[in-house]
Design a protein around this ligand. Structure first.
Ligand SMILES: Cc1cn([C@H]2C[C@H](O)[C@@H](COP(=O)(O)OP(=O)(O)O[C@H]3O[C@H](C)C(=O)[C@H](O)[C@H]3O)O2)c(=O)[nH]c1=O
Length: 337
């Protein structure tokens, strides 16, 4: 039985991936290795408690001995989601990003070599390519030009993966995806933050002029892409994934306000993010051609379902938007809201 070590499986994308894989493939076992940092949450996988093919280990990818012990459980493959992921936090303090994203990846790569895994998948981001002007798309050939401490740490990790593949023949692939949305996303990211604020008539902070463009993809389309890259991706290759749904932040904000029946007076224009990337847009032709992958969830349907999920799961939100969270939030936005 393939036994996949999924790192970061208690986070947003990781937990959606674990659930997806176990539900769609009865021949696979999952070992979820997650440090349960502020963004990791076992409640995201409460429905898997007692699942016969699922094991959880609380562990940090920067802990070499613990990683090695986890691999000794018959792990055949590694899919590496665990990362510090929030750009604003990386601007406040880049240390955890370098530790987890760069050093954690190096430790995992060493373990992948030692235990001779069949496939290693590095889950990365389109932010490693930097920022686009009004036209053009990132392809897998676009040179890396990370602009934030977060994206620099992810680019560093990607380069290590490529070096291990080239030097040691590690069977590794890299996936790079655009902005995800969907259930279980930590409410510091734009969509869950704005939805959960608006539901409670709390203002929403739009950075700068709000004309920055992001390409939105439903998390399950991303999960299907990572799975396809794991099964059929060629070692040494990079695969881009995106939702073919570019939208300026302000337009998205107004759409959320409309869908929730709230007034636009809840918009607050706040100071721009330092070094804010203007536009991400991603070309996924290679994944479509080589992996037979294509996004399946329309933005309209995905967003409606996502909003409904946050409405239904108010208790999940309330345990996160607690005192600790609010002190981060106030530090971030101060009296601007
Ligand atoms: C939280 C927040 C964000 N924004 C703006 C900043 C961005 O232009 C856009 C989305 O921001 P968010 O922080 O949700 O996501 P990105 O900075 O684009 O990065 C995200 O998508 C990539 C692919 C990853 O790899 C990151 O891990 C992931 O966090 O909305 C605001 O205007 N106000 C806010 O309060």
């Amino acid at each position: 039985m393939p036994t996949v070590l999924v790192t970061g499986g208690a986070g947003f994308i990781g937990s959606n991936f674990v659930r997806h894989l176990l539900a769609t493939d009865p021949t696979v076992a999952v070992v979820n290795f997650d440090a349960l940092t502020y963004a990791g949450n076992l409640a995201n996988l409460a429905d898997l408690a007692g699942h016969p093919r699922y094991t959880f280990i609380k562990g940090d990818v920067t802990d070499r001995d613990h990683v090695r012990a986890a691999l000794q459980r018959g792990v055949t493959d590694i899919i590496h989601f665990a990362a510090e992921s929030h750009v604003d936090r990386s601007i406040q303090d880049s240390g955890p990003f370098v530790r987890t994203n760069v050093i954690g990846t190096q430790i995992l790569l060493d373990a992948a070599r030692e235990f001779k895994v069949n496939k290693y998948v590095q889950v990365s981001t389109d932010e490693v390519y930097g920022s686009l002007g009004a036209t053009g798309f990132f392809t897998e050939e676009t040179p890396l030009h990370p602009n934030s401490p977060y994206s620099a740490s992810k680019a560093g990790a990607d380069l290590l993966v490529q070096a291990y593949q080239h030097t040691f023949g590690l069977p590794a692939v890299i996936t790079r995806c655009s902005n995800n949305y969907g259930p279980y996303q930590f409410p510091e990211k734009l969509i869950p933050l704005f939805v959960t604020n608006l539901l409670n008539d709390i203002p929403v902070p739009v950075y700068g002029d709000g004309q920055q463009v992001r390409d939105w993809i439903h998390v399950l389309d991303h999960c299907r892409g990572v799975e396809a890259a794991w099964r059929n991706g060629r070692p040494g290759e990079v695969y881009n994934f995106g939702g073919r749904c570019e939208m300026p932040n302000l337009e998205l904000t107004k759409l959320l306000i409309r869908l929730l029946g709230k007034p636009e007076s809840l918009i607050r224009y706040v100071e721009d993010r330092l070094g804010h990337d203007r536009r991400y847009a991603i070309d996924c032709a290679k994944a479509e051609r080589e992996l037979g992958w294509a996004p399946q969830v329309s933005f309209d349907a995905g967003l409606a379902e996502t909003i409904a999920w946050y409405q239904t799961n108010a208790a999940w939100v309330a345990t996160i938007k607690n005192k600790d969270y609010m002190s981060y939030y106030e530090k971030q936005y101060g009296s601007k809201l």
